[in-house]
Design a protein around this ligand. Sequence first.
Ligand code: FES
Length: 66
Amino acid sequence: MYVCLCNGVTDKQIRQAIGQGARCIGCLRSGLGVATQCGKCAKMAKQMLREHSGTNESRSPEAVYA
Ligand code: FES
């Protein structure tokens, strides 16, 4: 499933990046281009990060205003 339509990034790519150590939306942004254009994918990407880590990362200022 595509998470980021602007950059053609799938959920599999995001999960793979998380599996390889990506722990923040900035990591996904720089590594895959997630949330670098319209930003509509940021919410889903953050949710995936949160599900993996079990943290409250989505409440960081960067996450809120990304
Ligand atoms: S859907 Fe990801 S930047 Fe637009």
